[in-house]
Design a protein around this ligand. Structure first.
Ligand SMILES: [Zn+2]
Ligand SMILES: [Zn+2]
Length: 177
């Protein structure tokens, strides 16, 4: 079955991309995948923009096949094209202040100091996202090879206060990509 955009028939499904509920009647995106554990296919549900960032190829395919199904198609296509420009961009799962100094940066292998900003990564395998570690804000240029990571970082950090968001943007400007 092809990927699908449709109105959510209930408010029970959670978005695979951000973990938040998809409201009833809100537009959702369903990615169809072969089920790795059984015969047949499975559908992963997303907010359309969450899918554009994390599963850009599937969204681009759906926009090509059924352009009329997504009213915000242009914005989705823009996000999906940006995210598909480098394979690592779709692993961005948000940004946060390190709660301890235990994690090491996957790019430079150095410790990430407590209280400093770090980018959260996830890997997509066998139909699910699994935690993939962190990188320093200042290592994003090396890790994403110069591609802009800020939009998905902000998108997948919905719980940040306005103050934290501007602080994060400042931290990015202080450590330019
Ligand atoms: Zn979402
Ligand atoms: Zn680093």
């Amino acid at each position: 079955m092809p990927h699908i955009f449709e109105k959510a028939s209930s408010g029970r499904a959670k978005c695979r991309g951000c973990g938040r509920a998809i409201a009833k009647d809100e537009l959702r995106f369903g990615e169809r995948l072969p089920n790795p554990f059984a015969e047949g296919e499975m559908t992963l549900w997303f907010h359309p923009l969450c899918a554009a960032y994390k599963r850009p190829e599937a969204v681009l395919q759906a926009l090509t096949e059924t352009p009329e199904a997504a009213p915000e198609g242009a914005a989705l296509e823009k996000a999906a094209r940006a995210s598909s420009a480098h394979r690592r961009l779709s692993r961005i799962d948000g940004a946060e202040r390190a709660p301890s100094s235990q994690a090491k940066c996957r790019a430079c292998k150095e410790k990430i100091e407590k209280g400093t900003w770090r980018i959260r990564l996830v890997y997509f395998e066998e139909g699910r996202f699994t935690p993939g570690g962190f990188i320093h804000i200042g290592c994003r240029d090396a890790h994403f090879e110069g591609h802009d990571a800020l939009a998905p970082m902000l998108h997948f950090s919905p719980n940040l206060s306005d103050e934290d968001r501007s602080d994060l943007i400042q931290a990015c400007e202080a450590a330019p990509a």
